[in-house]
Design a binder for this molecule. Structure first.
Ligand code: BGC
Length: 342
């Protein structure tokens, strides 16, 4: 019988933290996280169950690729050859196209990892030419959890021929609990002196790398998401909130702390560590109270924030951005750690 991908798997640790995901899209469906009084809530905003997750917004909690985020006009050139990808987001290509990794049914197997209380290995392949990308891919993602409350996502990808790759995980967080209103009172600190500004005409980044100083994108000192979302900054107006890639200070070399999200109500905190050069912060600007959410509610605007570790948007067309090219014989590696504190 064909595997539908509706099977769910749960990682747990000794502190009551539980991460549940499904094979379809490798999608994180829920993360049950205790606060300092021991109250456990689901801090992942999204669909209520696996059935809804398959038919609804398949980016919720999903592994996105081959190229997460946008490629302008879906076009790029590699080793003298031009590629045209699906244009599935205004004039641009988004999250791997019409059928990206968020729609793949991953093979899932438990693995024993030193220092971890649970771990699963997810594997999938992508054929040469799938979604018009070159190269047959072998993809492995390991989800693991330890007693330091670190949920780690580790990617490794190889290709049969030169291609571009940028994977990410697309969970939306609300540390006060999904279905409990907006995330605008959460504070966010980002270790980023710079960000990549957007253009409304292009529909994504211009290629400029700008200072956050004096802009709504200055999260060097923790401030509320509302302070940015409700500001009159032109960058915020373009996307009706925050939907920007930040250049992680010292990023792209080894694993560093990139961002800290904190909820003043519950006291829960989430630190994001990565070895990637960028992090997309997205405040759920397009949620319009139509998607089925948790607790019998719909997902409302600004209800959750995604913190997507990544290479920069449109890197295949921007010589000044980090290189997203992967060649045969090389391995793409990416670590993202979500560490829960209370
Ligand atoms: C992007 C948003 C997009 C969303 C779709 C995010 O990664 O930054 O612009 O609307 O994905 O789920």
């Amino acid at each position: 019988m064909a595997n539908t991908g509706k099977e769910t798997y749960t990682l747990s640790n000794d502190n009551g933290l539980e991460v549940t995901f499904m094979a379809h899209g490798g999608r994180i469906l829920s993360i049950m996280a205790p606060d300092r009084k021991g109250e456990v809530v689901d801090v992942v905003v999204g669909h209520p169950n696996a059935d809804e997750a398959i038919k609804g917004d398949t980016y919720f909690g999903a592994l996105c690729g081959r190229y997460a985020n946008r490629i302008v006009k879906g076009q790029f050139e590699l080793e003298g050859k031009k590629y045209q990808l699906a244009v599935n987001n205004g004039p641009n290509h988004l999250h791997g196209g019409n059928s990206g990794f968020d729609r793949k049914v991953w093979e899932v197997a438990p693995v024993a990892l030193a220092g971890c209380t649970s771990a699963y290995r997810l594997t999938a392949t992508s054929a040469d030419g799938e979604e018009n990308y070159p190269g047959a891919l072998q993809m492995t993602v390991v989800y693991s959890l330890n007693n330091q409350n670190e949920f780690k996502i580790e990617y490794q990808v190889t290709t049969s021929k030169t291609t571009v790759i940028n994977m990410t995980s697309h969970a939306y967080f609300n540390l006060n609990g999904a279905g409990k209103g907006k995330v605008l009172d959460h504070t966010l600190q980002i270790k980023a002196e710079k960000f990549t500004p957007l253009s409304a005409e292009i529909g994504t980044v211009t290629g400029e790398i700008a200072s956050v100083s004096g802009t709504a994108m200055d999260f060097r000192t923790a401030k509320t998401l509302g302070a940015a979302v409700n500001s009159s900054d032109a960058q915020v107006k373009i996307v009706d909130g925050v939907d920007h890639n930040f250049v992680i200070d010292g990023g792209g070399k080894g694993v560093v702390l990139a961002a800290t999200l904190a909820d003043p109500v519950s006291g829960r905190k989430l630190e994001v560590y990565t070895d990637q050069p960028g992090i997309q912060i997205y405040t759920g600007n397009h949620f319009d109270s139509t998607a089925a959410g948790k607790k019998g509610k719909t997902v409302e605007k600004y209800e959750g924030v995604a913190m997507e570790t990544q290479i920069f948007p449109d890197s295949p067309n921007k010589a000044n951005f980090p290189n997203a090219t992967l060649k045969a014989g090389e391995t793409y590696k990416h670590i993202c750690i979500y560490k829960f504190l209370s």
